[in-house]
Design a protein around this ligand. Sequence first.
Ligand SMILES: NC(=O)c1ccc[n+]([C@@H]2O[C@H](COP(=O)([O-])OP(=O)(O)OC[C@H]3O[C@@H](n4cnc5c(N)ncnc54)[C@H](OP(=O)(O)O)[C@@H]3O)[C@@H](O)[C@H]2O)c1
Length: 367
Amino acid sequence: MKILVTGANGQLGLSMRKLAPASGFDFVFTDVVEIEGLETRILDITDKKAVNDIVAEEDIRAIVNCAAYTNVDNAEEEEGLAFKLNAIAPSILANAMAAAGGLLIHISTDYVFDGTASSPIEPDRPTGPRSAYGRTKLAGEKMIAASGCNSVIIRTAWLYSEYGKNFVKTMLRLTAGKDTISVVSDQVGTPTYASNLAAAILKVLSAKFCSCEDRQADGENCATLGIITSRVSERKESSFSLPSVREEKRAALNGRYPSGWGPAQPDVFTSACLRSKNAGHEIYHYSNEGEISWYEFATEIARRAGTLRTDDNPGGCLIKPCTTEEYPSKVDRPRYSVLSKESFKAAYGVEVPCWTDSLALCLKSLL
Ligand SMILES: NC(=O)c1ccc[n+]([C@@H]2O[C@H](COP(=O)([O-])OP(=O)(O)OC[C@H]3O[C@@H](n4cnc5c(N)ncnc54)[C@H](OP(=O)(O)O)[C@@H]3O)[C@@H](O)[C@H]2O)c1
């Protein structure tokens, strides 16, 4: 079985590529353009036929959707385009996985919330986007849920990496070249190092999929066989005569189950199986640990890069705190974006490093 990664040339996609070789999974990396030296299959995720073709051709059992319309400012003028990429396209991926009995891991954002929380935001907090980007990402979440496919949505915030454009790279450039800059100090959140998020995604994949040999060794069940096994255990207590395992497998392959038998799996996994205990629709949050403002983040980046003005470095850049009102923007950005990772940690044991440790790691590659 193979796992499809979309948007594989973006920040998160490239971070997935970095960790892929050690993961043991067989990935197919796709994006809308090729980057020289990186194996990439061209896939536009808004093209339903292209998505369905690649899923069938490559025997795709899971998709990690790293593709998105991520330009928060431009989305205000291009909401239709953002909706196509952030809502319609994820529903195409979700329907493809529903048909294949596979799993969709999709990345969403803190912008689905209204930013008025004052303590770490749990995944079940009511949403209330205040921007076009947030509305389109929330629509994507809802369409995935409606598709009925096995899915894990991970909302993240303040994503940065060694790749592409992001706040860390912008601050390195600005503080190296400017005498003074102003950075907002009344928007609070937690940065997310894309490598850490990629590692969390791999953790989910490892928990969701197992080789049949592992499954047997662990005494665990894959999704299809899990249903069968539960029927077998019920058989002992029930006086009803239930169909044979062969009949149940046939019913699964035909997508038909007698009522009350749980969701039909249209396919029987051969080399790997979705673990039955985790099948369904799940939403989690992931960022690094901590709670800071953009101003504090910028100051720490510059301090570590040696570009911050201090008594010892009078030629460095002076970073001044400013308010959201002093920094006009067409986007109503969340004032509070700290995400609670507790349910994600409990479900998958994901590691959540402190933002300072992760920043140090990223800067090690960048400086
Ligand atoms: N960046 C953040 O601060 C942040 C915060 C919260 C959540 N997120 C979410 O995290 C996820 C990953 O973000 P990121 O920063 O890694 O994004 P990114 O760097 O912008 O990467 C997105 C990738 O998707 C590609 N893409 C665009 N249109 C496509 C299409 N039609 N079909 C296939 N691929 C397409 C882009 O190609 P082009 O570059 O050529 O267009 C790019 O390579 C996204 O879901 C985003 O919404 C990001």
